[in-house]
Structures are given as C-alpha cells and as structure tokens.
Design a protein around this ligand. Sequence first.
Ligand SMILES: Cc1cc2nc3c(=O)[nH]c(=O)nc-3n(C[C@H](O)[C@H](O)[C@H](O)COP(=O)(O)OP(=O)(O)OC[C@H]3O[C@@H](n4cnc5c(N)ncnc54)[C@H](O)[C@@H]3O)c2cc1C
Length: 436
Amino acid sequence: MEISLCWLRRDLRIEDNAALFHSLKSGQPVLPLFIFDTDLINNLEYDDKRLIFLYDTVLKLKLKFESFSSTLLVRIGKPEVIFDELFKEFEVGSVYANVDYEPYSIKRDLKVETLCKRQKTRFLRFHDHVIYAPETILKADNQPYHVFTPYSKNWLTKFKSETTINFPSESRLENLLTHSPMEMPEPILLNLVWRKTIFPSSDIEDLVIKNYSQTRDFPSLDATTHMGIHLRFGTISVRKLAATALHLNPTFLNELIWREFYQMILFFHSEVVTHSFRASYDRIQWLNKPEDFEAWSLGQTGYPLVDAGIRQLVETGFMHNRVRMVTASFLTKHLLIDWRLGEAFFARYLLDYELASNNGGWQWAAGCGCDAVPYFRVFSPQRQQQRFDSDNEYIRRWLPEYSSPESYIKPIIEHSFARERAIGFHRKAQETNFRI
Ligand SMILES: Cc1cc2nc3c(=O)[nH]c(=O)nc-3n(C[C@H](O)[C@H](O)[C@H](O)COP(=O)(O)OP(=O)(O)OC[C@H]3O[C@@H](n4cnc5c(N)ncnc54)[C@H](O)[C@@H]3O)c2cc1C
C-alpha cells in the first residue's frame, strides 16, 4: 500500500500543523515520522536538558498518535540514510514536512529531496515555523530588510489585513495509517542519561500576556511567557500565539516579530553564523583574555546583575531577556571578548536556544549586527540593576551570598574605564566601511 510520510522536525504537535494537515488531506494514509538526527544530537552533552525535552515530547506525541490507532515511527541516524532505509521498507508516495530555515537544515533537506527525486517520491514542504516565511516580507525593491522597525510595520500591516490561516490537522486524524504501536528507542541509544526534569508549560495564562508590557523588564517578577522552548520545537503553534497576542498585547506581538526578523536575517545572510553582519567588525582585535571569560562564565565578575544572570542560566537553562542583554553587552563591550564565545556559551545552556535569535541577540548587543544597538551605547550593569532590580530581589535569588556592594567581590573591571575603551574600539570599527 502506498503511504505518505509526515516528517516532523521542529513542529512536534498534532494541532494546527501545516505539513500534517496537508498530508492528512492528500488521500494516502499518513505515517508520522521523527528522526533523532545524529548530525545534531552528537554535538550535545549527555546531560543536555534539551535532549530530555525532545525525548519526552516525541514519546508523548507517539502515545497521542497511538490513541488514534496509529503510531509515530521513530528512528536514529542521518536523515538521508534513514530515508534510504524507509524507501526499502515502505512504498512511499510523498514525504511532507515543514520548512526549517537554518543553513544546516536547508542542506539536509536538499539531500533528502535528491533521494526522493531518485525514488520518484514527492517531497512537499510548507511554512509553519513562522507566520511569514523569509521571502514574504520584503522592501519595495524586493530586497530583505536589515532594520527591524520598517520590517515590523510591513509584517503588522500584512498580519492585520489578512485572516490568519490555520491548519486544523487535529480534525483529520482518521486519515493516519492504522498501525500497531512501534518501538521507541531507549534513551541510551541517544547517549542520553534520562532524568525527570520540569519544563515550562505550553499553556500560557492570558493575564501574563495582558500584563507583559508592564512586567516584562523586571527579572525578579519572572513575568515573561517562557514560550521559547515551545516555539523552538513547535510544541505550540506560533499562529495561535500571535492571534492571542494581537488581541491582548501589541508589545508581546512585537517580540514574536523580532523572532521572525532574526529567522529572516539568518535565511538571507547565512554568513552571520560565523561572521559579523557588519563585515568591518570582523577586523576587531578582541582581547579575549581567558581569565576574563572564566570570571564571566562562572558568574564572578563582581557585577551582581551579570553574575546573577549567568548563575540563573547555568542552573536553570533560562536567563531573563533584560539580563541577557546586560551580560552579552558586558562580555563584548566591558571585557572586549568576541561575541562568538558568548554566543556558544549561551547555546550550550539555553533551553530556548534558537540559532537565529541567539546569533541576532549577540550581534545586536556587540554592536556588529543588523539594526544593532549603537556602538556608543554601553550598558552600565549598576544602572541596569538600579532600574530593573532596585530591591535586589533577582540578585539575591541567584547570588545568595550577596548582601551589599561593599561586601561583594570587587568588579574585575571599572565601568567608566571599560566604557571609554569599548567606545574607542568600536568607533575604529565604524570608521571602516560597512558592507551594507
Ligand atoms: C544575547 C541574547 C541571546 C538570546 N538568545 C535567544 C535564543 O537562543 N533563543 C530565543 O528564543 N531567544 C533568544 N533571545 C531573545 C529573548 O531574550 C528570549 O526570546 C526571551 O528571553 C525568552 O523568554 P520568554 O520565552 O519568556 O520570552 P517572552 O518575552 O515571553 O517572548 C515570547 C517569545 O517571543 C520571542 N522573543 C522575545 N524576545 C525576542 C527577541 N529579542 N528576539 C527574538 N525573539 C524574541 C521568543 O520566541 C519568546 O519565547 C536572546 C536575546 C539576547 C539579548
């Protein structure tokens, strides 16, 4: 019997899933598939919490498909090798998937596409991870935006003028292939030491979004949505979230637009993965002092807000956005350490790690990205602490040893000296021509 495969990747949900919806509409019975891609997971540490999240999510999804008398086919390996095997095991008419815009994924999909062509199997892809695919929001001259504000205006106008199309995949599950439950690989096969871990829920209360504009900047309130991990793995539909945001809070919607902006930048400028968006910044002679990087990564800079942020990140896999900005600015401007080192450190620990947003956030803070913070703006960690954690509640939560500035460890660098030095360095980079 000819079947369709629906290859789930960063869209690990049954509801409102574009590829799943289209596959279920196709007329052929659909077998959902998930591949633990060894090219990706082999780079993770054995105790990486994101792999635990992924494993748990895939298992839950499998059980859900099984409650509809179908199953989820789960394999481990290189996707092109797995597909080669699957084409021998099943008669596959079509493969459905949602587009992934990261450079690695684009290459991976090209390989699978070639295989499909050889097999005379259709490989159909749909937009699902973002509301507007990168090539949808362009300037009047059809070029991609490099500045957020006009991009977001264009995005919003389009969003408000159109009815959002949903893909009610959950209403067509009778078209799944009827199958007995298939085996789930043991965690050990993924080099994963599984342990019970609590992750943020994907249910958000409307009140959090309603109050977002007033509360989001104060790290002690922990009043942001923690949706990052769910948007990353697609355990929530961005369409659903954006529709709620439109009714409840434009500030929150704006953050979802930032996410799409960075996805778009990465798609059109894949070189940002290794290079500064502003080419001249790649000539900066970063100081990269190992002892400074060590102090920063251990949360021992003597600046309580920076230190608290790093401790929160390492202990929980989360860091509040305001504190991400301050810690990233401190590393790149106060310590003149290459943004790529900080980016890799965040990538190791963030549960909501997303290449496009992490890269965009770091380049923004370092001043070398598109629409970056101006080079002469250097966050003062003390001033940020006074404004956003005036009663030291956040700091005390993550630095229990902190009682007063006098008794805390001495700053590894003095702020006004660091500020002047950073401005001098970055001004030099500005004097040479930008690529754009
Ligand atoms: C140096 C640095 C690194 C960052 N790395 C990441 C990363 O790896 N992954 C990531 O998702 N975000 C990253 N961000 C953006 C932002 O800090 C996080 O999205 C946010 O803190 C996640 O918490 P939340 O889910 O509670 O967000 P909320 O404030 O509740 O926002 C909801 C969602 O909107 C999106 N969003 C919010 N702010 C931004 C932003 N500035 N840029 C892009 N998307 C945004 C995220 O998907 C987020 O989950 C980074 C920011 C900086 C300054």
